[in-house]
Every structure is written in structure tokens, then in C-alpha cells.
Design a protein around this ligand. Structure first.
Ligand code: ATP
Ligand code: MG
Length: 565
């Protein structure tokens, strides 16, 4: 039966992304003995961001789905920018996302093998030491429409190149004075094949190999070969490497001595609106102290998102939704925020927090009476049960839930109007007290004892419901309201301006005088909640010294959408 006759096969094929289609075809054809092996290859020169999460999901996801393995390989071939701090954070972030590597490898473990391969190429007349300056070499590159010029060192004797290559690594040759180049084709239509540099001299010690090496392989020379040494079958990377693929294959052709060979496939990078994604730019934000660190909750880093209260499930669900294609584009950050809301909605408790408090006094409620009101913890999940919340004559409510003179459709507290206090009574506003400057200092209302749940009039309908916190049972908290870090959709794409000039001055608003319900006194760092009517918040990881600090993970609704419509 063909796929067309069998709707289930057809359906399955449709839901596969193009990489899965390739993998299934390779399996059908028995390529690489039916083995599936992938790798996630970060360079340890910064923290992982959500773009990396996209790569992680496909690298680990393919291995998981097809019974293969995925290794973590640190692509540490440039000692100038790399650090162990980054190695540790990368491991932590991958695990947080919910993935497990089979082995941890370092490209630096292959320095000897790579060296030996380079020597082999020299001996075969396929590589040579070039003594020209970087500028000179660049000038000879030609252009996509014009062939390059051959280096005067291109045809030097093999013995000479072998001896100089040794010197490049012994410390005798200063940085920038010599490079090793593959001898391929200076007239190739692919610029990457015009005698690419494969080794350069760097005198800075390496974070793992110390001062053993002075000659370091270039990315293109290390990457595919590392894949080959490890037995990778599907080397997944982003679209900018499409043009590198012929070079990747050229090296593998020189190296392979059996049917096995790794193959490179490219998918679209993740770009998100209202943020920057390159590690270099993120590092600038950190170094210039424009954010509090790599884990600032506004950063698109995994560590920042974790601190902010994003869940790994939400991040993975977002990546699943945007999918993998062969076309670059930019994804709307509101899709990510939507995924976060969707996930937190299912899993977190509803509590009361008042960000901008004003006192509400129920003038007909007995002075020293305290009642316990039942509050459902999560209407989306009955197994989360309910809790008792204390209620009294004096409550904190949001300042903007009262207006002395309100427009017609204002269904909150205004003199003469009734609202329900969430989980408690219906109250009728009777007025307010103001200070000399006209600021409201207290709001007054009368409660209707028949409207508590279980009472005869508990189902009486009123148009508005507001949240509250009992004043004597409230806890002080600081709340940090985070918003998008940049004011424009594509800050890195603005050519006239430095991206740092485009930062959103209101990306962090600190509210120091918030009141939250008693229950939250016991909350632990990173615990997440929904503050009813406001949004999702988590306890900041650094909340120290008994002070409660909440981060706004995401508001309940997308306020940016409203502005734009
Ligand atoms: P950056 O440009 O931010 O510095 P990078 O590509 O240099 O990132 P690496 O550590 O080399 O970062 O990346 C490790 C893996 O993650 C690579 O396979 C790379 O293709 C992938 N990756 C990096 N950024 C993105 C992104 N925005 N979307 C998808 N995959 C990405
Ligand atoms: Mg890279």
C-alpha cells in the first residue's frame, strides 16, 4: 500500500519537520548502518540563549525520537574568548531544559588528531603554510564573481610547510605571522573553498590544554572532523553554515576510510522580536552593566528565563510551535510569552497580591472579627485543592480599583457601586478619604453579609470582582515588573543606531510597597504564582534577608498587542 492509500502514514509524514523526514529516509536507506548520533556543539564563550534552546531541542530531540544518542561537545578551539564559567552554566542550562547527553566531549580533546590530519594534508600536498598577512590573504580572496589569486607560498615544498607548521606550534612564530591553509581551489565559486585557513597561531593559554598548543584549528577544520571522530551521523546547525557545507564535505572526503560519514543539515536560526540574540551583544549588555548579569530576568538567556519564572516546558512548547524550516525569519516574542502563560495557567496557585495598595475599610464589619474564606488554589486543576484566606474589616486593594468619579463602564469601586471581593462578600462603595493634595488615602464600603459563599445571596451577580489582601494579615513585598528589553522589533537590524540606544527605559519597574497574602511568607526562591487579575510572578532567586521579592514572569494579558491594535 502506498502512502497515499494509507492516510495514517500520510498524516505522520505531514507532522514531521524536514529534518525528521531526512532522518527517516536515511534510516530507510540504511545509511551509517542505521545509527543515529547527534551532538550539541556550543562554544563556551557565553551563556546559552533561547536560540541555543532551539538547537538543543532538535539535537537531543532527534536522538531521543529515533533511538540514537546525543553528545555534548564543547567547541573550544579559540582560547581567547573561552572560560570554564561558561562550561558549567551550559551544562546546567541543558539539564534544566530537560535533556541528557550521552557523553561530554571537548574539541580540544582532538587537538592531536586534528594536528595529525593537518600534517597528513600537508604531506599529500593539500595544505601549505602561508606567510602573508591577514590583509594580504583577504585581498587575494577575490569576490563571488571574480576568482582569487594564488598565494606565492601555495606551491612551496612540502618539507618547508611541515617544518614551518611545527614552528607555528612551538612558540617561535608570533601571532598573525603564519597560517596553514588547505590547498583547494582559488577559483571556486564557493569562497569557502578558496584555500581556507585551517590553523592559526595564538599565544594565549587554553582553558583546558594550557600552553601545550600554540597553533589552533579554525572552526571549519575542527567541527566536521570532530563529528567524524565521534561518529556523528547528523550534524545539525543553522542556515549560515550552508555555504560551509562543501568545505565540511571536502575535509570528510580526505579523512573517511569507510562508508561512514557525518552529514551536515541546516535549519533556520531563532530570532525573537524586541531582543538581541548574539552572545557578543549579550556580553556587551552585561559588561556595560545595562542589565544585572547574564541571569537578569530580561535577558533571552536560559538562566535569565529560569530566574524570571519561565518553565522548561513552556520554552520547549514554544520551540515546538515555531518549528524548523529552511528560511530565516523573526519570531514574535509574544508567542513565547503565550506559551509561558499557557503552561503556568495549568500549574500554579492563584494568590492575592496588591501592587499599588490603598486601604479599603468595611464600615459595617465588626472591628475585631476575622473570618476565613475558602480560596480555590487553581481552577484549572482540582487536585491542587483550596486554602483558607483571612478576611477582616480593613483590606488592601489596588489603587486603580477605586475611582471617585468613574466613566460609565467602570465596574469597580466608585461611590454607589457594588463589586464582589474575590472569594468573599459583595460590598457597596460609600466614599473615600483624601489628604490635602487630593490623594485618596482610604476607601469606604459596606459589606452585605448575605453574599458570602454558602449564604442565600451568594450567587447574586455584580459586574466587577476585585482582589484584596486583609491588612492585618498581609506581608510586605517588593515586586519587579519586567518588560521587553528593547523598544524596537529588531534592535540588531537597526543600522544607524547602536543597539544599546534602543533599550526600553521602562523594561524594569520596581514596586517597593506591595502587599501580598500571608501564605506567601513561606514561598521559596523560584516558586511561581498567579497574582489574580495581574499576572504570573515568581520569587526572585536572590530574595535574601527575609525580604520577599517577586519577579513578574508575564502579565495575564498581552498589553503590547493592545497598544499596537
Ligand atoms: P551566537 O551567534 O549567539 O554567538 P553561536 O552560533 O556562536 O551563537 P555556538 O555556541 O557556536 O553559538 O552555538 C551552538 C549551537 O547552537 C550551534 O549549533 C548553533 O548553530 C546553535 N545556535 C546558536 N544560535 C542559534 C539560534 N539563534 N537559533 C538556533 N540555533 C542557534
Ligand atoms: Mg558559533
Amino acid at each position: 500500500m502506498s502512502a497515499q492509500e494509507n492516510p495514517t502514514i500520510e498524516e505522520n509524514k505531514k507532522s514531521l519537520n524536514f529534518i525528521e523526514v531526512i532522518v527517516e529516509k536515511d534510516l530507510e536507506e540504511g545509511k551509517n548502518d542505521g545509527r543515529i548520533q547527534t551532538r550539541f556543539p556550543p562554544e563556551p564563550n557565553g551563556y546559552l540563549h533561547i536560540g541555543h534552546a532551539k538547537a538543543i531541542c532538535i539535537d537531543f530531540g532527534i536522538a531521543q525520537k529515533y533511538g540514537g544518542i546525543c553528545n555534548l561537545r564543547f567547541d573550544d578551539t579559540n582560547p581567547v574568548k573561552e572560560d570554564v564559567e561558561y562550561v558549567d552554566s551550559i551544562m546546567e542550562d541543558i539539564q534544566w531544559l530537560g535533556f541528557h547527553w550521552e557523553n561530554v566531549y571537548y574539541a580540544s580533546d582532538y587537538f592531536q588528531q586534528l594536528w595529525d590530519f593537518a600534517v597528513q594534508l600537508i604531506k599529500e600536498g593539500k595544505a601549505y603554510v602561508d606567510e602573508q598577512s591577514a590583509e594580504e590573504i583577504a585581498r587575494q580572496k577575490g569576490s563571488p564573481t571574480q576568482p582569487g589569486t594564488e598565494s606565492p607560498f601555495r606551491n612551496r615544498p612540502i618539507e618547508e610547510s611541515l617544518a614551518l607548521f611545527e614552528k607555528m606550534n612551538s612558540g617561535e612564530i608570533p601571532e598573525g605571522k603564519m597560517v596553514l591553509r588547505a590547498k583547494i581551489d582559488m577559483a571556486s565559486s564557493n569562497m569557502h573553498l578558496r584555500d581556507p585557513l585551517i590553523y592559526r597561531v595564538i599565544h594565549i593559554p587554553h582553558h583546558r590544554t594550557g600552553t601545550t598548543w600554540k597553533a589552533y584549528p579554525m572552526y571549519d577544520f575542527a567541527h566536521g572532523q570532530s563529528d567524524y571522530f565521534e561518529g556523528v551521523t547528523h550534524s545539525l546547525c543553522t542556515l549560515e553554515f550552508v555555504v560551509h557545507r562543501p568545505l565540511y564535505d571536502w575535509f570528510i572526503d580526505q579523512l573517511a576510510d569507510s562508508d561512514y560519514r557525518p552529514r551536515q543539515y541546516e535549519f533556520n536560526r531563532l530570532n525573537l522580536t524586541y531582543t538581541v540574540m548574539s552572545k557578543r551583544k549579550l556580553l556587551q549588555l552585561v559588561q556595560d552593566k545595562l542589565v544585572s548579569g547574564w541571569d537578569d530576568p530580561r535577558m533571552p538567556t536560559i538562566t535569565g528565563m529560569r530566574r524570571r519564572g519561565y518553565t522548561p516546558e513552556a520554552v520547549r512548547s514554544f520551540i515546538d510551535k515555531i518549528g524548523y524550516t529552511k528560511y530565516d525569519g523573526i519570531n514574535d516574542v509574544s508567542l513565547l510569552e503565550h506559551a509561558v502563560r499557557e503552561d503556568l495557567n495549568k500549574r500554579v496557585m492563584r494568590v492575592s497580591g496588591v501592587l499599588d495598595p490603598v486601604k479599603l475599610v468595611l464600615t459595617n464589619y465588626p472591628e475585631d472579627q476575622v473570618e476565613e474564606m475558602e480560596a480555590i488554589n487553581n481552577p484549572e486543576d482540582a487536585t491542587m485543592g483550596s486554602r483558607q484566606v483571612k478576611f477582616s474589616r480593613e483590606l488592601w486593594i489596588e489603587r486603580d480599583d477605586f475611582m471617585e468619579e468613574a466613566p460609565k463602564k467602570y465596574f469597580r469601586l466608585t461611590p454607589g457601586n457594588e463589586v464582589r471581593l474575590k472569594n468573599a462578600y459583595i460590598v457597596k462603595c460609600t466614599g473615600c478619604l483624601k489628604d490635602e493634595e487630593g490623594n485618596v488615602t482610604e476607601v469606604y464600603a459596606e459589606y452585605d453579609p448575605m453574599t458570602k459563599s454558602g449564604m442565600p445571596e451568594s450567587n447574586r451577580k455584580v459586574k466587577g470582582t476585585i482582589h484584596w489582601v486583609s491588612l492585618p494579615h498581609s506581608v510586605d513585598a517588593e515586586v519587579r515588573l519586567y518588560d521587553r528589553l528593547f523598544m524596537v522589533e529588531d534592535p540588531a537590524g537597526e543600522k544607524e543606531k547602536d543597539f544599546r540606544e534602543l533599550m526600553n527605559p521602562a523594561s524594569l519597574i520596581v514596586k517597593k510597597e506591595c502587599k501580598v497574602e500571608e501564605y506567601l511568607e513561606e514561598a521559596k526562591p523560584l516558586d511561581s504564582f498567579q497574582f489574580q487579575r495581574i499576572g504570573y510572578f515568581n520569587v526572585d532567586a536572590d530574595a535574601a534577608g527575609g525580604k520577599l521579592i517577586f519577579n513578574r514572569t508575564v502579565p495575564l494579558r498581552d498589553s503590547w498587542k493592545k497598544q499596537n491594535n
